[in-house]
Design a protein around this ligand. Sequence first.
Ligand code: GAP
Length: 527
Amino acid sequence: MPPARPEVPAERERPALAGADDLCEECTLTVSMDDLVALCKRRGFIFPASELYQGINGFWDYGPLGTELKNNLRDAWWHDMVRCPPLGPDGTPLSIVGVDTAIIQNPRVWEASGHVGGFNDPMVDCRETKNRYRHDHLMVLRHRDDATVPMFAFMEGEPEAVHKKLKKLAKGRELDEFETLALTELAVADFAHVIGPDAKAAGTLTEPRQFNLMFKTYVGAVQNEDSIAYLRPETAQGIFLNYKNVLDTMRVKVPFGIAQIGKAFRNEVTPRNYIFRSREFEQMEMEWFCHPDDAKTWHEFWCKQRGQWWQSVGLRSDDLQLRPHEADELAHYAKGGAGTFDIEYRFPFTAPGYGELEGVAHRVDFDLKQHQEHAKSKLQYFDAERKERYLPHVIEPAGGLTRGVLAVLCEAYTADPERPSKVYMKFHPRLAPIKAAIFPLVAKEGMPEMAHKLYQELRTRYAVEIDVKQAVGKRYARMDEAGTPYCFTIDGDSLGDQTVTVRDRDTAGQQRIAIDKVGDFLAERMR
Ligand code: GAP
């Protein structure tokens, strides 16, 4: 990992604020995060962790619907990357195997990987409020001509807060008298004139210090320097540690991949934007081992594949972009290679800019070389076809599972004032937590019995629900909020002609199909 961790700012080039109108236009979002967060809480997707005890910053619990959604995204990735990976550039199936490695490893692993020495974020503290901020996440609003006007610091992506503050503090001044710049562009001496994001007085921000992001713990009964261990900050290292085990036990030949999905932990200085940056999260990573000469081709291949995959699970291409890291963002392991591309998504809080969803890095042979040296163990690969011994290069598509869930939730949220629910979640059927709901129109005349029979048939194959309570309109509304693509209603005619009504979540249109065709109907649409 990089000594200085590059986290992509929403927009690298920020225009100076031109005026209140422009500011408002810039902030126009299609989905309000407040509305999304409220729906996720109300419908059991995501809850704040330890809510009974006022929560704990940077940690989240997934409720019944959120767990299904996350598992579906995880399973889709595993299926499409491990069980049935894409065909390679020459049309032959790729070989990728999976591992599930320990969260706590020998601490020397993290010395070799560069995390102990260098997995740092620069932070500044505010002496007045005791708040702590990422140095590179703070922006400053500065008067263009008058150096006596204090500068206002604000969190990147939250210009509305400054707008309000400015109105209060700099009475009589127009927004276009000010320009924005990153705090990192200011000399530390100038911090004396900066009012922190939550402070009243100027000059309370400390100079930036490095802060290691790894969570520490102790292994065993004795707690001293020798028993310190770390919660893994990425799933990738567990893969590198098992590269030789996989080579020795599986019939894989370079090029091949090893994949892992699991929890990662980072003591983020400023966890924020809901589950976008949290302290406990899940990653979906694959290390693709290839000959150094082929790395560029594979890097291009994986960038394209991964972008297409996010589209295949429902993210619109308009909301996705592939962005190359600039020289100053490159991680040390990616230097000298084909670089890193980020697949970015236009989250409501980054719009009109984008935020990182997945990185596709060319890690050269950095990690294998480090472990070879630190563990004093030979990790070279003998390529029988080329008759050559070498350390493979690695292409790493590293995606966030929980961040992916957020992108999927944002994309799915669709306001519709005409519906009783006013909103529906337009999940790709593959990801929908509930695939179908079955409603007897009324709880009499044999309808509940028929509904239960259909439910019993479907539940062995799909996550389906049966709902017998309330008016059918209310039941549709509940399923719209849960993002259930299909609802089957059993009514008075069903008993006679053995048909049901299918209601489509997205169009709200209805059609009649034979009850014995419901299984096929769903199977066709779940693909
Ligand atoms: N092995 C490379 C690696 O870990 P990264 O860019 O630091 O690279 C990969 O992380 C992905 O993990 C990111 O693209 C993002 O989706 C997710 N991620 C990283 N930090 C996160 C955090 N604090 N909260 C949620 N997701 C995070």
